[in-house]
Design a binder for this molecule. Structure first.
Ligand SMILES: *[C@@H]1O[C@H](CO)[C@@H](O)[C@H](O)[C@H]1NC(C)=O
Ligand SMILES: *[C@@H]1O[C@H](CO)[C@@H](O)[C@H](O)[C@H]1NC(C)=O
Length: 271
């Protein structure tokens, strides 16, 4: 049985009984590796991994879910070269990228990614894109009928970079995406899209020139009740997490980023 990241989100969203899932954040590289090994040995699948900087080292925010899955792989803390090499190796083995997250630690770009063994759908991914290249690829893939399913912003040497994943599903689900919005502008775009009947399916915070900006994707795929938050500090995120978990929501998108040296969280929960 083949699963796709968003199809799974959708299927579970429409199920009354959600799978067992767990989320963790503020994990250092070694704590994350330990947690990863423990969860995988218990049959969990990694749904999402987001890197950021805390106390001058890489930290990770992650979601695991106990679900059936095609073969999958994930790595974190990769340099651009290492990621590219793994990308090529796995592509030859029939894996496709379902999530790629760029982040910056001590001024250097690092990558996390999740691959799935799946050849059922044409897909594309790029990383290290400047604003201009992001726009060029965005336009090109849009023209070719691809939908952007995930986007990640980060900063290298004072310049904004993007990583993103596209899928050519040939469905008629309308979708929209924005990037480069500050918190106020993002909230305004969010309110506008929601008024038009869209729901948020991906949100990503990143720093550019000392400012926190957001990139996001909305679509009109069917869904249960959902909620989204951004710009949360860790105690606020924890309070929201506990609240929504108590109400039966499942954390589907979990993005961690920096505001200066502080850690911030953006998330989407779906019932
Ligand atoms: C979508 O259409 C293109 C062009 O006809 C085709 O190459 C591709 O395989 C289709 N994708 C899926 C998921 O069916
Ligand atoms: C946010 O962005 C909007 C639109 O670009 C701009 O008008 C506004 O001044 C910005 N707000 C802050 C606090 O930077």
């Amino acid at each position: 049985m083949k699963f796709h990241l968003w199809a799974v989100a959708l299927a579970s969203a429409l199920c009354v009984q959600a799978n067992e899932w767990h989320a963790y954040y503020r994990l250092t590289g070694s704590a994350y590796q330990e947690k990863f090994d423990e969860m995988v040995s218990q049959g969990y699948r990694l749904n999402s991994v987001s890197g950021y900087e805390r106390n001058s080292e890489a930290n990770y925010a992650v979601i695991f879910e106990k679900r059936s899955t095609p073969a999958w792989k994930s790595h974190h803390g990769m340099t651009s070269d290492k990621y590219h090499q793994r990308f090529e190796d796995y592509r030859k083995e029939g894996y496709r990228v379902v999530q790629v997250n760029g982040y910056t630690v001590d001024g250097k770009d690092r990558y996390t990614a999740i691959w799935e063994k799946d050849s059922s759908i044409p897909w594309a991914t790029r990383h290290g894109m400047s604003r201009e290249w992001m726009q060029k690829y965005f336009d090109q893939y849009l023209k070719d009928g691809y939908r952007m399913t995930q986007v990640s912003g980060y900063e290298v040497g004072g310049e904004t970079r993007f990583a993103a994943v596209w899928e050519q599903r040939n469905d008629t689900v309308p979708w929209v995406s924005v990037g480069e919005l500050n918190s106020t502008a993002y909230q305004a775009a969010f309110d506008e899209r929601v008024k038009e009947g869209y729901r948020l399916v991906d949100v990503d915070g990143y720093q550019a020139g000392g400012e926190v900006l957001y990139a996001a994707i909305w679509d009109k795929s069917p869904s249960g009740a959902w909620v989204a938050r951004h710009g949360l500090d860790s105690p606020t995120f924890q309070a929201e997490f506990d609240k929504y978990r108590g109400q039966g929501y499942v954390l589907r998108t979990f993005n961690a980023y920096n505001d200066g040296k502080a850690d911030r969280y953006a998330a989407i929960w779906v019932k």
